[in-house]
Design a protein around this ligand. Structure first.
Ligand SMILES: [Zn+2]
Length: 229
């Protein structure tokens, strides 16, 4: 069969469960995380992952809910957009700003995670984490964590692939990638993605025709287009 069957690690096919397991990181990544957490703790920050490994099935579920109007779409400012006013290609681009196409998520690798400061939740138990940039900026609930990452991440094993707005994925100050992710990233070619789109795994993905039409643009603009380590 095709390449993707021999590379389940890249497409998130090595686990099929729908739910996140917060301990699902590669052993070396967990070790680096512990180190980063202890540095954070010495500055009074309780750095905790809220999302780690995400399977292809889980990402497909997110995509299909958004692509069928069952989950709210957001504009660049994080405000809701009217699903019914959008053409399929506009829906697709609105999703890609905030969510990866299934198979293209860095959360499929066990090297990437989203983090918050648990300290804030301990004192504000009713607070609902949104994962939006303002939470990590001055005055936001995770401002101390944002500041810590701005200054300390370069001395760790992690980097932020969505550090600035590159017109692809919106800035995600909470998303950390371990340097081990570079191997998967470099081995992942456009042809892998094109083959994968034609595979049975993708048959029940919403907006598949629109995605196939812009496959190259999607791969380059929303996957390759990141801040390097
Ligand atoms: Zn993330």
């Amino acid at each position: 069969m095709k390449l993707f069957n021999s590379r389940p690690d890249i497409f998130g096919l090595n686990r099929t469960h729908l739910l996140n397991n917060l301990n699902d990181l590669l052993p070396a990544v967990s070790q680096s995380l512990e180190h980063l957490q202890s540095t954070a703790l010495s500055r009074g920050i309780d750095l905790k992952p809220v999302s780690t490994f995400r399977s292809f099935e889980a990402q497909k579920n997110i995509w299909n809910l958004k692509a069928s109007g069952k989950r709210t779409l957001l504009n660049d400012n994080g405000e809701p957009i009217d699903f019914n006013s959008l053409k399929p290609v506009e829906v697709m681009r609105a999703i890609l700003r905030w969510s990866a196409f299934p198979g293209l998520s860095r959360h499929h690798w066990g090297t990437d995670l989203d983090v918050i400061d648990q300290n804030y939740l301990n004192t504000n138990p009713d607070y609902k984490v949104q994962l939006i940039p303002s939470e990590y900026q001055k005055g936001g609930p995770f401002a101390d964590l944002g500041d810590f990452l701005n200054h300390e991440l370069q001395d760790s094993d992690f980097f932020r692939p969505y550090e600035i707005d590159r017109d692809g994925v919106a800035p995600e100050p909470w998303h950390l990638s371990h340097k081990l992710s570079v191997k998967n990233f470099n081995n992942f070619k456009i042809q892998d993605f094109l083959d994968f789109l034609d595979s049975p795994h993708c048959e029940d993905i919403e907006l598949l025709d629109a995605v196939k039409e812009e496959a190259e643009f999607i791969f380059i603009n929303y996957f390759v287009n990141i801040s390097s380590p």
